[in-house]
Design a protein around this ligand. Structure first.
Ligand code: DX5
Ligand code: ZN
Length: 224
């Protein structure tokens, strides 16, 4: 069983003080640094791209968990690997030949993740789950930080756990969107073992303390 990791999202950081915020994450109990890439096409917002990812990597002393919310992610996998990605997660909804994409990510030396939008059922991963390192369940519609957590996410974690058992697979179960101190423990208990938190961390008065509190809430073991 994996200990739950916490991956603060720099989408909610102060972009004019990015190095300061990355240094804060370096000094914190955060495990990974979540990097949200949005193209304004797959999602209705643009965040930042390869050079900014590279700049984050230059200062980060923790693995970069890169979440690609972009069309045609295959065209950019190598560029993001070169920009420092340790984990590369593509959206199921954006890829035609998912098996090839996942293998390409691994060939590049990265861990491979697949993200599911709130409306995409878990069972679509039935025939690829054994190849994956991570499944990211979106608990908001991708595109913006600070949205309300979708409660149905718990049912999806449950279904994913059933699939993992049935196929004897072992992946990171990552939840992204609306994670706060009110749901972090319950998510861990349900079987999530990687939590992304953006605005809850960066909008708090003391992000270091908030990260530490979230880590404590997720220190309970998952029942799965
Ligand atoms: C949403 C992004 C999330 C987002 C989470 O499209 O994938 O990673 O930054 O932000 P919060 O924690 O504010 O919901
Ligand atoms: Zn994300």
């Amino acid at each position: 069983m994996k200990n739950t990791v916490l991956a603060p999202s720099v989408l909610a950081a102060d972009f004019a003080n990015l190095q300061r915020d990355i240094d804060m994450l370096n000094a914190s109990e955060a495990d990974w640094i979540h990097v949200d890439i949005m193209d304004g096409i797959f999602v209705p917002n643009i965040s930042f791209g390869i050079p900014v990812c590279q700049a984050i990597h230059k200062h980060a002393r923790k693995p970069l968990d890169v979440h690609l919310m972009i069309k045609n992610p295959d065209d950019y996998l190598e560029a993001f690997r070169n920009a420092g990605a340790d984990r590369l997660t593509v959206h199921y909804e954006t890829v035609t030949h998912l098996h090839s994409t996942v293998n390409r990510i691994k060939e590049l030396g990265c861990k491979a993740g697949v993200a599911l939008n709130p409306h995409t059922p878990v069972h679509v991963l039935e025939d690829i789950i054994q190849e994956l390192d991570l499944v990211l369940i979106m608990s908001v519609n991708p595109g913006f930080g600070g949205q309300k957590f979708i409660e149905h996410t718990f049912t999806k974690i449950n279904k994913l756990q059933q699939l993992l058992k049935a196929t004897q697979s072992d992946v990171w179960v990552e939840i992204d969107g609306g994670v706060t101190d009110t749901n972090a423990a319950a998510l861990t208990k349900a079987g999530a073992n990687a939590l992304v938190a953006g605005s809850f961390v960066f909008s708090s008065e003391d992000p270091l303390l908030t990260i530490s509190r979230l880590k404590k809430l997720t220190a309970i073991k998952s029942e799965n």
